[in-house]
Design a binder for this molecule. Structure first.
Ligand SMILES: [Ca+2]
Ligand SMILES: [Ca+2]
Ligand SMILES: [Ca+2]
Ligand SMILES: [Ca+2]
Length: 811
């Protein structure tokens, strides 16, 4: 949390600087005669300025220039209000809803008002050819000769003329390594990832997929050079009608594929990046966000050979915003060491200068998570990043190899104003992707162009779990759950992306549900539900509801939960033995945006059996019963090996555990053994630990976790298949608050894959109660259609202890 404040400070600075930058965009002539009091719209008119260097060009040479206007031709407040209404109408409902995440009720402003048509016509009358219009920058890009832009400069509404700058697409650094990667055969995954399994495991995507977080419902905008839509990896996107829109910003048409007149490689780079983010081909390739919707922008300028230009990027970002995209993934950027005339240099990479950087921050301000490549210039040393990776609000992406070591080419931070970059990293060496030269083939490629779509896909996965998180919350979750979040630097940034961990992180401003689901519910008694629900933005107290049913259907009854401080409580009517209760919690922030618990409800929901006192967790709906703690606490759900279903718990879901780790997963809510006879713990596990050097422990506490007692012997060495372990918990009989934890302790060298635990059960009989068979009970969570439950039937017992039903949920 140390960095949350920093992030907010940065965000505040952006808004302020954008306000300052764009407050210059008004025409004093038009406004000073009217009673518009907004100082944001009023500045003295500046003389038109032509960038030095442009004036010295040969008179016949056409140059691509920016023409920035002084104003938008708004002369009074009623015109302004009309223009703002019109601007609002140009945004889709989806875009407006997304903007509400970051802008509240202030959904549109001066920047959204279209360019004045009359100004454009006057520019065209000089002989210049208009290319793009930018509302945000109140300018147009155009091709013009020196005599033409001298005429343009004399127009009264022209504020400034600049050369449009080129952006390296990283295309020439991409190396294809045909042959593809090794297939990791893993029968535990629901999906047949093929060779792409390892790059997805490295950023911990598979557990998110198993929970149904696959980018569904999220629109991702790819800005790139062109896309071979006929590739097999895109077939399901096309067939499902998940390609919503495309635009060719070069030729001004609706086809972003390779076309007549294009260089042969025109669509290669985009085919690599799009397939890495969202491709789907069983046994070959899955992108993290393989269920997302897409819009494609073709932004390469053919005439400038493998470079896009900043006006294309800005036009693409405005287009993505207006349609309603939630993510932009762009593996493009400005190469700062290209010292052409009028180009940017390092001092311009201060987060507030280049057009693409400002456009990227504006996209973020409008609610879009922008993932952008760091660049492939790492050998140039510190500060080798490319714009817009210098932007404050974007997620800048570095590249690593198979083992997580930084790629030699991955550009380094800091920004010119000394902010740490990149944000996070992913595989950019030998990344598996579609082969642009073979529409049913697959290959590997390298570059931060390839790590960026893996992280862009992770952002879409996070948003599919948390659709109301804003871009800064997505960014914070990615950074603070990456593996170097405690020691960020300008090489690795905050470290390796961890998509599944990010989903369970609580960024500043999001709702924190402090709730462990009921382990069981007592029959013939109302079922108490109580949760602590907090948000730094405030909670709309009357919005907090419990939705429940007892038939597993999609129809729920709603109960408004009663507020008491930060605690919200209600009761579900009593049920009889063996009934099942399905439920989730809904709450709104004070700004009206809702969040649900468990994440992904109502598709994911808590399931509690009306049963004998017991604890059963097959981990199939996530780690909701468990809290993590300790040094380097990497614990989380894993899909790599499971005993039941698709998920287990592991000390290191992303690969190997770390050196000098001492961490644990501990029950959130204690069990009462007050009247328990013969409590017994059982679980299934497998492990790979450095023998006699690294150990795992099972421990119990009866004092709220202050002191821990070892249960059984320490475990070390290797056990490559799941086996059942059972322990009597007699030492803890009579305790009112038994807590269980699983702990890893590693020494200072040599790491292995670690420990996997599944199907954890604690059963006991109750003193003085006559026995009857306890039927097999499903785990307290399950997903619709999950696997049969493997729990053994418990023993004995009836239920007669109403006292034990009143389990408190306050944590
Ligand atoms: Ca086209
Ligand atoms: Ca399981
Ligand atoms: Ca070790
Ligand atoms: Ca592991």
């Amino acid at each position: 949390m140390r960095n949350s404040a920093l992030i907010l400070i940065i965000f505040g600075a952006i808004i302020f600087s954008l306000f300052a930058a764009f407050s210059n965009s008004a025409n004093a002539n038009s406004l000073q005669n009217n009673a518009i009091s907004s100082t944001a719209l009023y500045v003295p008119k500046a003389s038109p300025v032509i960038e030095t260097g442009l004036l010295n060009l040969p008179s016949e040479q056409k140059v691509k220039i920016w023409i920035f206007f002084t104003d938008k031709g708004i002369y009074n407040s009623s015109e302004l209000n009309g223009a703002l209404d019109e601007a609002r109408n140009m945004l889709t409902e989806r875009a407006l809803a997304r903007r509400a995440k970051t802008r509240g009720e202030n959904r549109v402003d001066f920047r959204d008002i279209p360019i004045n048509d009359e100004y454009v016509h006057e520019v065209v009358s000089t002989g210049a050819t208009v290319i793009h219009r930018s509302k945000w920058f109140n300018g147009i890009s155009a091709l013009a000769t020196a005599p033409e832009f001298r005429k343009i400069a004399s127009l009264p509404f022209v504020r400034r003329i600049e050369k449009v700058k080129a952006l390296g697409s990283s295309l020439d650094e991409i190396q294809l390594q045909r042959g593809g990667g090794d297939v990791i055969a893993n029968p535990f995954y629901s999906l047949n990832y093929g060779p792409s399994a390892s790059q997805l495991m490295q950023i911990n995507v598979p557990p998110a997929h198993e929970l149904g977080f696959d980018g569904s419902g999220i629109i991702v905008c790819m800005l790139d050079v062109g896309f071979k839509k006929g590739h097999q990896a895109f077939a399901s996107i096309i067939d499902d009608n998940r390609l919503l829109a495309e635009w060719d910003f070069i030729n001004n048409d609706g086809n972003t594929d390779l076309e007549a007149g294009d260089p042969p490689s025109q669509a290669d780079h985009g085919t690599l990046t799009w397939s890495t983010l969202g491709g789907q081909a069983d046994g070959h390739l899955y992108g993290p966000a393989y269920k997302s919707m897409f819009i494609l922008g073709k932004t390469e300028d053919v005439s400038s050979e493998r470079h896009i230009e900043e006006d294309n990027w800005a036009a693409g970002a405005e287009w993505a915003d207006s349609i309603g995209a939630e993510v932009i993934s762009a593996s493009l950027g400005y190469r700062w060491f290209d010292s052409g005339q009028g180009d940017y240099d390092y001092s311009d990479l201060d987060g507030n200068t280049t057009i693409v950087t400002i456009a990227a921050d504006l996209a973020a301000y409008n609610g879009i998570a922008v993932c952008t490549a760091m660049g492939n210039d790492g050998y140039s040393g510190a500060g080798s990043l490319i714009a817009p990776a210098d932007a404050d609000s974007v997620i800048s992406c570095g590249a690593t190899d198979f083992d997580g070591n930084i790629a030699s080419f991955s550009s380094l931070g800091p920004t010119y104003d000394d902010r740490t970059k990149p944000e996070v990293i992913a595989r950019g060496v030998g990344t598996d992707c579609a082969d642009p030269d073979n529409l049913s083939g697959y290959t590997q490629a390298s570059g931060t162009s390839l790590s960026t779509p893996l992280i862009g896909g992770a952002a879409a996965v996070i948003l599919s779990a948390h659709p109301n998180w804003d871009p800064m919350q997505v960014r914070e979750a990615l950074m603070m759950t990456a593996d170097k979040s405690d020691i960020p630097d300008n090489t690795y940034g905050w470290g390796m992306t961890n998509a599944s961990k990010a989903i369970f992180y609580n960024p500043e401003g999001s709702i924190n549900f402090d709730f462990a689901p009921l382990y069981y519910a007592m029959p013939a008694a109302v079922i108490p539900i109580s949760a602590t629900i907090t948000c730094s933005q405030g909670i709309n107290a009357s919005s907090v509801k419990l939705y429940w049913n007892d038939n597993g259907s999609d129809n729920y009854s709603a109960i408004t939960m009663t507020k008491n401080g930060d605690s919200y409580a209600c009761t579900i009517p009593s049920h009889t033995l063996d009934d099942t209760i399905y439920y989730y919690i809904y709450a709104e922030r004070s700004n009206g945006l809702s969040e649900v618990y468990p994440i992904g409800a109502p598709r994911n929901r808590f399931i509690t059996q009306v049963s004998l006192p017991q604890f059963q967790d097959n981990l199939e709906n996530g780690p909701y019963c468990w809290a993590i703690g300790g040094t380097k606490p990497d614990w989380g759900i894993s899909a790599t090996y499971t005993n039941s279903g698709n998920l287990s718990l592991s000390d290191s879901p992303q690969g190997k555990y770390r050196n000098n780790a001492d961490n644990w997963m501990v029950l959130k809510r204690p069990l009462s053994f007050a009247t328990a006879d013969n409590p017994e713990l059982s679980f299934y596990h497998r492990y790979d630990l450095q023998n006699n050097s690294d150990f795992v422990y099972i421990e119990g506490s009866t004092d709220g976790g202050s002191n821990w007692t070892q249960i059984g012997q320490p475990i070390t060495g290797t056990q490559n298949t799941f086996i059942q372990a059972s322990y009597l918990l007699d030492d803890f009989s009579g305790s009112n608050e038994f807590l269980l934890r699983f702990r890893l302790s590693s020494n200072s060298s040599t790491v292995r894959d670690g420990w996997f635990v599944d199907d954890i059960a604690i059963n006991w009989s109750v003193t003085g109660v006559e026995g009857e068979d306890n039927p097999a009970v499903p785990g307290i969570f399950s997903l619709d259609g999950n696997y049969p439950n493997p729990f053994n039937a418990g023993t004995i017992i009836s239920f007669q202890t109403p006292r034990m039903g009143n389990v408190t949920l306050d944590l």
